[in-house]
Design a protein around this ligand. Structure first.
Ligand SMILES: Cc1cc2nc3c(=O)[nH]c(=O)nc-3n(C[C@H](O)[C@H](O)[C@H](O)COP(=O)(O)O)c2cc1C
Length: 476
């Protein structure tokens, strides 16, 4: 044995880093929601709810909590005394007043929800632009013709269509690209569990292919292409049946950038509807949440009550159409005027109207302030993240234990080889080295093995650390 070589090899062994990485976890938060240059502190949009369910009070309360508060424009003039005489004018006046009121109550993000199918869609959009709201959500139809894009961009109003399929996204984005040389600023994908009018055929509502969990990845794929082409991020927002922080976590993990929630905001103190409307959510049971055929010509989800039972069984509710607010309205076939019915419900007169509600509305058991609701949802979300972190941290501790074991064995083996070398060295001088020959080599290869094992496990620790960080920031 060449002792010089052995000595050399031994002196060359480098101990890998033995200190273990330490964690300093930053404060865990829900991620922000960015839509163009607007940034909501929490990724929650309060869905626009007509008639008069989400006005200045609810929207400003949500905006004050860091979410996006939305005023619903449809038939908003019903809160004015002259709606039945001057419907068009009352709508414009009421919308303007509510936007201004919301602005006076909050410095947060305020949006307006406008149904494209409305006969006064252009008026409602015009008021929103003039009042420079932060964002408009355009639903119940495709925002194609008649979008005053120059004025919208000049007023820095973001435009977000509400869709129910990737196909609709493609249609809208292609049309905008071709005709306006721009694209919308985001999309809300409303699945079949939402409250209000639904963008699905009745037979598709229960079809698993149309579940929001399936629609989100399809829409994300669709917008990717446009994001690349326009070098802009297009946030995708999930809506319909989203109830708590766990749900939000699930949709963010699926790739959505935020959520839109409606029903949960009905059961808040600040919701602009009468207490009886809110109570009907708290009192509802699963079997009360039903699909209706709306006079608008779309299916809708609502809480079954005596009014709906009456009209379903053919009873005609007397009404005088104030001004034909919807071109597609089939009020005569439906036996009632939906705007009047919804307005009665808003005022708490549920025997002459009904409440739209999402599929999970029956799970609501109390009316709380918006702040409390947002705190509950946030804590719920953070608990999911923390649970995940605890699980990964346990994984980390296991690998750490293994590393300590390896390190001990590594050091013991080094000590052993060093003793053997000493022995070999002495024996060489007494010309009796045959007994120990080969032992140091074996130990060297063990050291090499231990070293590579250690390094592999150290890498694993780094990977686990990265996982913990990603989870902290809601990326996985
Ligand atoms: C009472 C009520 C009224 C609604 N009105 C509208 C509306 O005027 N325009 C609209 O685009 N969506 C409307 N929606 C849908 C909500 O904006 C939201 O997308 C939906 O409720 C999400 O489902 P969730 O209730 O399960 O959270 C309404 C929903 C409810 C519950």
């Amino acid at each position: 044995m060449d002792l010089k070589k052995l000595n050399l090899k031994f002196s060359k062994i480098e101990l890998p880093r033995l200190e273990l990485p330490k964690f300093k976890l930053p404060k865990i938060k829900m991620p922000e929601l960015k839509i163009g240059d607007i940034k909501a502190r929490i990724p929650i949009i309060q869905g626009g709810m007509g008639v008069g369910i989400s006005l200045s009070k609810l929207s400003s309360a949500v905006a004050n909590e860091g979410g996006i508060g939305v005023i619903a424009a449809n038939a908003i003039g019903m809160i004015e005394p002259d709606y039945f005489k001057n419907g068009v004018e009352a709508n414009m006046r009421a919308l303007r007043k509510e936007i201004r009121k919301a602005r006076s109550l909050s410095d947060g993000i305020i949006g307006v929800n406008i149904m494209i199918a409305l006969n006064d869609f252009q008026n409602m959009l015009q008021v929103s632009i003039e009042e420079k709201v932060d964002i408009v959500f355009l639903g119940a139809g495709l925002p194609l013709r008649g979008i005053p894009i120059k004025e919208i961009r000049r007023a820095n109003v973001k435009v977000v269509p509400i869709v129910s399929s990737a196909r609709a996204v493609r249609l809208i984005f292609k049309y905008w690209q071709k005709n306006f040389d721009t694209i919308p600023d985001g999309v809300v994908v409303e699945g079949p569990k939402a409250g209000g009018h639904l963008g699905f055929k009745e037979e598709d509502i229960e079809n698993p292919d149309f579940r929001i969990e399936n629609l989100i990845p399809e829409v994300i794929k669709e917008v990717k292409e446009f994001e690349k082409e326009f070098e802009r991020e297009i946030p995708v927002i999930a809506a319909g049946g989203i109830f708590n922080g766990k749900d939000i976590y699930k949709f963010l993990k699926l790739g959505a950038n935020g959520v839109q929630m409606g029903s949960r905001f009905v059961a808040t103190e600040e919701c602009d509807a009468d207490i009886n409307f809110k109570k009907s959510f708290v009192d509802s049971k699963k079997e009360d949440i039903v699909i209706i055929h709306s006079p608008v010509g779309m299916p809708g989800r609502a809480i079954l009550n005596s009014f709906l039972k009456d009209v379903n069984s053919g009873e005609k509710k007397e009404f005088k159409c104030p001004w034909r607010c919807l071109e597609s309205c089939k009020a005569d076939n439906a036996n009632y005027c939906i705007s009047i019915a919804l307005n009665n419900a808003r005022k708490g007169i549920l025997k002459h109207g009904f409440a739209f509600a999402g599929a999970n509305a029956y799970r609501i058991d109390k009316i709380v302030p918006v702040e409390e609701l947002i705190n509950e949802i946030t804590e719920d979300y953070l608990a999911v993240v923390e649970n995940g972190i605890i699980r990964i941290k346990n994984e980390y501790e296991k690998v750490k234990k293994k590393l300590i074991g390896l390190k001990e064995e590594y050091e013991k083996t080094i000590e052993r080889v060093s003793n053997l070398l000493k022995e070999e060295y002495n024996k060489a001088f007494t010309k009796d080295s045959a007994k120990v020959k080969g032992e140091p080599e074996k130990s060297f290869s063990k050291i090499d093995w231990l070293k590579s094992e250690y390094i592999e496990n150290f890498k694993l620790i780094d990977e686990i650390k990265a996982k913990i960080m990603a989870r902290t920031f809601g990326l996985i």
